[in-house]
Design a protein around this ligand. Structure first.
Ligand code: 13P
Ligand code: ZN
Length: 271
């Protein structure tokens, strides 16, 4: 069957990179069953033929109104779909949606009427913020990284500043590649619109947002960079856990050593 990706090499390249990341998530054990989801703003690849494509489902509510998304197009992982299947074929595990003029509903245009992820309100709210802020960011990625989620089960690490400092001090690259750190959002029901506002607030200050006892959501210019940010922070969490498994609490790099990384990498001071 012809796919929307047929004869659209640029769009195919972007979705292939989503498939590559989906494979990494599965390999890392962060994407059990249908765990995790992603959206990509693909508006720049939309041609006249795509714009003329009719909807293949009734309009569906996003759950929030997002004025910057009017007329935009997104690739979304489908709800209930597996990352490991998406890794083989992104259009088997997701669909292309168009945001309608009311900025509060969307319709699916291709390939199949696969209903987008249940976390669509948080993903699209972040996409709206990225357009509003002028950042050339196109990707949002939610996954269940084991060590970061485990840390969010301890009250000590629900403090964003403290968790960020602990993770930065585990290995120098964490600060270099996640210079804004990680912000924690208190537990809320997965997929609920209750997650939207607190997530938006945190992404303004931090690279990655940790949803307590659930997972993380990150943004990036592309899906690979969003993945890298999560990977870097979870690596630090893994080092913390490994030291704990050895039977000791890791010392962490000294504040002076952390500050030197900040200076050498020319990173702004943390707020
Ligand atoms: P979906 O299958 O709806 O994308 O949900 C997976 C998930 O991780 C919810 O938080
Ligand atoms: Zn989840």
């Amino acid at each position: 069957m012809a796919s929307i990706l047929t004869n659209r090499p640029e769009l195919k390249k972007v979705l292939d990179s989503a498939a590559e990341v989906a494979g990494y998530l599965w390999q890392k054990g962060w994407a059990e069953r249908n765990g995790g989801n992603l959206t990509l703003n693909i508006t720049e690849y939309v041609d006249d033929e795509m714009r003329a494509m009719p909807a293949i489902c009734e309009p569906k509510a996003i759950g929030v109104t997002l004025p910057y998304l009017k007329g935009c197009y997104f690739y979304c992982k489908g709800t209930g779909k597996r990352m490991r299947d998406l890794a083989r074929d992104p259009m088997c595990g997701g669909s292309i949606v168009r945001i309608l003029d009311d900025c509060a509903t969307y319709e699916i245009i291709a390939d199949e009427p696969i209903v987008p992820t249940s976390e669509i309100s948080s993903h699209l709210a972040l996409q709206n913020y990225m357009l509003e802020s002028g950042a050339n960011y196109k990707a949002t990625l939610h996954t269940h990284p084991i060590e970061l989620v485990a840390m969010s089960h301890n009250n000590e690490f629900l403090d964003s500043e403290h968790l960020t400092q602990v993770l930065w001090s585990m290995i120098p690259e964490t600060l270099a590649f996640a210079p804004l750190g990680i912000g924690v959002v208190p537990y809320a029901m997965p997929s609920s619109t209750e997650l939207v506002e607190p997530t938006l607030e945190k992404i303004k200050r931090y690279d990655v947002v940790l949803w307590e006892k659930h997972g993380v959501i990150a943004v990036g210019p592309d899906v690979m960079e969003a993945f890298d940010q999560i990977d870097v922070l979870n690596k630090a969490a893994n080092i913390y856990m490994t030291a704990k498994n050895f039977g000791f609490t890791p010392d962490g790099m000294t504040p002076e050593a952390v500050q030197t990384i900040r200076t050498v990498f020319n990173l702004p001071d943390h707020r």
